[in-house]
Ligand binder design. Structure first.
Ligand code: SAM
Length: 240
């Protein structure tokens, strides 16, 4: 998976993606991150890429031309192909695990980060294929949302996680939240690890995981539970 990020703050992207699991994935060649500075495509001597909004109103708006030239340069760098362009915007569809799974099948993905009050609508209409929000709140820029999206997608790229299974069976994969996790020591501050996890009995452990996932989802995210595939027995057990 090759991420191309159109941004005014490429260092934010490079530094964050260069750390920890995503940093190792870049070194191993499982993913690549190409952060391109939109300012490099400014066509005035002060390198300005924003201007006042027509019609008045607060703040500045990013101009269409530098954004468009940045996009064209990315497309040229990958043999003139036209990958999907994900615009990070609070007005988009709310990002979730299913969207991450779908986007992870792309070979190249362009993420467009806005700043100030946003971007001239005309260039958005020309190049954007997907409008994605990370939640119903407004941030100062699209860089943190783009990092959220890239991090989530990266975990789904084969080879990025050591244990391929950990991305398959975890929260949201089947509309259930993940069960609670424990590690050494067996007792901490008088609290013991649930005995079943020390039993070595794989069938009982799997049944406990399932039960805990259902209980946790019912408590924290009952909206998800409606979409989860529960057996009739599990549904009956839950309403008792
Ligand atoms: N005026 C815009 C509006 O009301 O829709 C908000 C602009 S915001 C201050 C600046 C940039 O931050 C946006 O263009 C977008 O790229 C990014 N951004 C802010 N909140 C976001 C969110 N919840 N999800 C994705 N991107 C967001």
């Amino acid at each position: 998976m090759n991420f191309h990020v159109m941004t005014l703050f490429p260092e934010m992207i490079e530094r964050a993606m260069g750390e920890s699991i995503t940093g190792r994935a870049i070194k191993a060649g499982h993913i690549s991150v190409n952060a391109v500075n939109i300012r490099d495509f400014a066509n005035n001597k002060h390198n300005r890429v924003d201007d006042y909004p027509y019609g008045g109103g607060a703040g500045m708006v990013m101009q269409a031309e530098p954004v468009y030239q940045c996009y064209e340069s990315i497309c040229r760098s990958i043999g003139n192909s036209r990958p999907r362009v994900v615009f990070m915007t609070p007005q988009g569809r709310t990002f979730n695990q299913q969207m991450a799974e779908e986007l992870s099948r792309e070979e190249d993905l362009i993420l467009l980060c806005g700043h100030y009050e946003g971007i001239d609508e005309r260039v958005l209409e020309k190049i954007v294929t997907d409008n994605v929000s990370i939640g119903d709140y407004v941030l100062t820029g699209g860089e943190l949302p783009a990092l959220v999206v890239m991090d989530t997608i990266s975990r789904l790229v084969p080879g990025v996680l050591n244990n391929g299974m950990s991305a398959v069976k975890e929260s949201f994969s089947d509309n259930l939240l993940e069960y609670p996790q424990y590690t050494r020591p067996e007792e901490w501050m008088g609290e013991k690890v649930p005995p079943v996890l020390l039993s070595g009995h794989h069938k009982n452990i799997a049944a406990w995981y399932r039960e805990q996932s259902i209980l946790r989802t019912a408590k924290n995210r009952p909206d998800l539970l409606e979409k989860a595939e529960l057996t009739e027995k599990e549904r009956q057990w839950l309403i008792q």
